[in-house]
Design a protein. Structure first.
Length: 94
């Protein structure tokens, strides 16, 4: 099959757009992953600082959470100085 110049041009443009779109999606996923990891680390640090050994089991569960929304809710609960029981309930609801 012989490709016309116009077909090749459209094909190359579509390919380039696909690459750019893939790069953008990859960057966004990377940013979200970084936010999740940073938020999770901050939560774990706060739990350890505030509750020490009492929060060890909870820390293991929090390490498994990959939802930015849930981690954000936990973060806000910690900032509002909700007790460990409240945090445990939030994690179990996850």
């Amino acid at each position: 099959m012989i490709e016309s110049y116009g077909y090749r041009l459209i094909k190359e443009e579509g390919f380039a757009e696909g690459i750019i779109e893939g790069e953008i999606k990859g960057e966004i996923k990377g940013e979200i992953r970084g936010k999740i990891e940073g938020l999770r680390d901050g939560i774990l640090l706060a739990l350890d600082f505030r509750y020490g050994e009492e929060a060890k089991n909870l820390a293991h569960t929090i390490k498994q959470i990959d939802s930015l929304d849930i981690l954000t809710d936990i973060y806000h609960a910690l900032r509002e100085k909700n007790g460990l029981e409240c945090i445990e309930k939030m994690v179990k609801m996850e």
